[in-house]
Design a protein around this ligand. Sequence first.
Ligand code: B12
Length: 443
Amino acid sequence: MRVLMIQTPSVEEISQERVYPIGIVLLASQLQRHGHEVDILDMNLERDPFGSLKEKLLTFQPEVVGLSLRNIDPLGNKTSSLVSPFIITVRLIAAVLPQAWLIAGGTGFSLFPKRLMIEIPELDYGIIGEAEESFPALLRSLDGPPSILGLCWREGPKVRVSSPATDFDMDSYVPANRLLLDPARYQGINNYVPTIGIEAKRGCSLCCAYCVYPQLQGKRLRCRPTAAIVDEMELLHKDYGIESFHFTDPVLNMPRGHLEGICEEILRRKLKVRWDGFMREDYLNEKNVALFERAGCECFSFSPDGLGQDSLDTLCKNLSEEEILKAASLVAQTDVISVYHFMVNVPGETKDSCEQAIRFVEQLYEVHSKKKNLGTIVLNNIRILPGTRIERMARAQRIITPETDLLYPTYYNPKPFDTLRYKLETLQQCKNVFMWQGIEELK
Ligand code: B12
């Protein structure tokens, strides 16, 4: 069959940081191996995304269109939604090619499958979770699919959803065929984020109160063999000139030893690449921090989330203030920048915890002040997503009610600490500007 895979708008405008759509390129590569004729369109690369889409539909004439909805909304306390451009995209395809089968998937879709299938009747099917096996299986049986993991289908006015695949065997992972979408098109389009993602593992065994990663990829850590990961990086480096990568793993340095193995392989091959990814503080020590720096780590990204022990416990981080500060002092000795992400106004916030949060931000800057290597501290309110512990807490506290439509941006940010974010942002930005400008603060 002729199958067109589309990355629907993932960002609000073209000036924002964009990423190579590894999910649809992996699926397209898989379909190609099953004998399908495939093409890819990333609408995020196009100046006129809907014009380019129409043109691609008319020239390629796909029988099946796979639409990936990666992001539901941009997070970061914003109130805009990426659902609208998704709906417009589906409607445009249905109008131009009424005979084509329309199938949706991707992380954003996986979080709201029923809601989206009901909202968008033009969608024939959806697949939640990993789709390397389910998608080819569906294409073999479009008129009457058997039971397929993650399948969303219609039964009269009802939508049914089967439980998702979250156990794809990462030993048999075949890297995306990058010839299907040239990585060179993504070179130099961002200021901060490496556009090219590499998967070193899937799955997350943690149970942070706000997070959907275990829902999306399962709880079991499934690591790729380290040599295969570095083979993929080497190929991208040699054939496409890619120098900087982002590891897409939920937590890059878990389990112990895997990232260390990747680094040893990078060093053994004398590969001159840079990389980053999100790390757990309690898995760092002097030795592995030094190894990561030598092997090309260009940013230590952390998401400790809680700005004090009470918040850490509420968010089920299984992490202590001491562990965060200890990791900070280790990475602060390197020449690599660090970025910290925190949640603000979490359940149980008090006047004391707000003061503690201020002290914690100050302590982090203090630790990094000598080498001036604190990139930034990102402060967000929690986006309430379905199936999370935060959703249950917010319901119990009547912050959300049965009428609340979680499909559209909904944050946990009740009074009286709803403006704490601004106070902390002013503090952190002031510290940041002073640090980088080398200005002493008046005491
Ligand atoms: C790595 C990552 C990043 C990296 C990306 C770096 C890079 N160069 O790739 C960084 C940190 C930069 C980032 C940024 C953002 N991210 Co992000 N990110 C992730 C993460 C951890 C993994 C994504 C990934 O690459 N997975 C590997 C690929 C292979 O899997 P996949 O895309 O899911 O594809 C599989 C399936 O979904 C399915 N599938 C995909 N498409 C399709 C299509 C069809 C038709 C079918 C049938 C199936 C299907 O099959 C694929 C193979 O199994 C996810 C969380 C997670 N665990 O999934 C969040 C996640 C996707 N990100 C999210 C968001 C919101 C963002 C940002 C908007 C945040 C921000 N404000 O900066 C930006 C947007 C960036 C952009 N331009 O899109 C959300 C999206 C959901 C939501 N809440 O809206 C997630 C789920 C995290 C969260 N907080 O909830 N992200």
